[in-house]
Every structure is written in structure tokens, then in C-alpha cells.
Design a protein around this ligand. Sequence first.
Ligand code: ASP
Length: 330
Amino acid sequence: MTALPQIGVAAMGGTIAMVRDQRAGLVPALGADDLVAGVPELRGLARISGTVITSVGSPSVRFADVLAACRWARQAVDDGATGVVVTHGTDTLEETAFLLNLWWDRPEPVVVTGAMRSPGESGADGPANLLASVLTVLSPASRGRGVLVVMNDQVFAADSVTKTGSFGVEAFASPLGPLGRLYEAEVEYALTPAHPRPPALSIPDGTAWVPIAPTPLGEDSRVVEALLAAGADALVLDGVGAGHVPQIMVDAVERAAQAVPVVMASRTRGGRTGRTTYGYPGAEIDLIRRGVLMTGRLTAIQARLLLWSLVASGVGDREVIRAEFERRGR
Ligand code: ASP
């Protein structure tokens, strides 16, 4: 008799692990072993060892928790796991998945999942998502794909998935579409990523504060100035259109870019930033000339995480940062 494959499951809180307190509403309560026990089919699929990284609503997940999850995942595969599953609140699931994907340097799959309905609700999706995640880890076709997000029987790439709805089990989507989906307990991949996976970044040993500045119609330079004065180590501009800001901001943006790395994302979410089209003050040609780096297809949320990872690792060289955005923002 061949031994069942080994899989690690780490719980990080979220609705998937929440129970209803009569007065407080849904609060995190369950650990990884409770979640695994709630899916009897898992017993015939794998030997699962559970751990708890944190037990919070996902708005409160910290960089330290994601770093701990990454170290745990590395140890689990070094100890022989076929891959690992991380259960997480859906609000910031995409951020943890994106960061883990930046650092993941093994072929074994890491799957991040959650639930839109708590275990006590009719039609709870957590058990189905956990089962689908384990099946995804077990699929040989998942190897070498980095970190994946599995929700609602769909498999997404960690570097393009977003929570697009606040309620409902179909809350996750990618502008590129899902990489694959589960049919009758098997994963079928339909999309091949357009580019090979960039090399993993080293896990940061420092920290940084990298805020995002919105730049909507009518905004002026005070947001950028205030963030700089408050000690930002780097700055992400959530620009309109292809990466533009109001003209009144450009001097402050240039001063910021001289002081710290400043990157420009497109708030359109689905579109990438420009390079060579618009030249008016506050548009990409002008801003690039003033030292701003462009994030390509990376959203402000993703750009902040990439920039955080670099700056928290001590990277300040604009050319190195520009090259990382070129490589990962294609
Ligand atoms: N607010 C919850 C969280 O992110 C939502 C969820 O998990 O679905 O922790």
C-alpha cells in the first residue's frame, strides 16, 4: 500500500474560520485542524498536518504573518510535503498570495484559499474551497506555477487575482481570467502564463512604510507632501488612466521621487501604465522624466507589495527597482 501524500495546511483566520458570536457577529475561532476535520473527503486524499499562523480578520494580517507563512511553507515542503494550503480571510487574500508568490522559490504548489460564507451558514463554501485547494496541490499540473488562489472551483494566478465583490461566492476574478478550474475533482488548466516565472525575491529582513497616494480629479499636492513628511520610505501613486496625476501635483511628485522611490500604477485595474503616449504635465512622459517609475500592469496594491519587499530588503537603487517592475509588470 502506498502512503498518502503529505500536505500542510496553515490557518490565518478569515471567514473560513469564523463562528458567529451572538453579540459580536462573525469572529475568527477555528484552527487548521478544525477546518480539515470539516472535510471528511480529505482523509482519503492526503496526510494533512495543520498549523495556525494567526487567527484574525484579514484586514489585520501583518507583513510578519505573511513572512511566517512563507517560512512555514518552505519548511513543510522541505519536510516532504507535496505542497501546502494557506486558509485566509478574503479581504486581503490577494495581498498575502501576491507576497508569497514573490518569495516562493520551490516547484511545490502553494494554494491560498478562503470563504465568503462562514462554516455555520447554509451553503458554506469553505469546505468546498479547502477540498478544491488540496486537489489543486495534488495535481502534478500545478507544480512550477508558483502561488495559486483557489476560490469557487476556479484556480487563479497569485499575481493577477483580485477580490472584486464584497459578498457572494463568485467574488474573485482576474483581468486575465482564471488559469484553470476544477471539474469532477480534477484541475484543468486552460491558460498558460504569457511569461516564465521571474526569479524569487529574497525574503526581506527589514521593514518599510510604503503608502499609496490617490490622485483623483481635484486632488492637490498635500497628500504626497504629507506622506513624505510623515516618513514614507517609498510611495505608490494610484494614477488615473495610464498613470496620470493632476498638474498641480507634479512638483511635489518630483521632489518625492528625488527623496524616495516613487512608482505610478493605473487605477483602471485592468490596464497597464503608459510610457510614450501622453506628454502633458502630470502624464507619463512628464512623470518618467521627473523620476517616477511605472508599474506596468501591476495595480497600486500589488505595486506597493513589490516595492515594500524590495525596500524592506534594503534595495534603493532606482534601476534595480525599475527592472523588477518591468519584469513583473508585463
Ligand atoms: N472580512 C473577512 C476577512 O477578510 C472576509 C472573509 O474572510 O471572507 O477576514
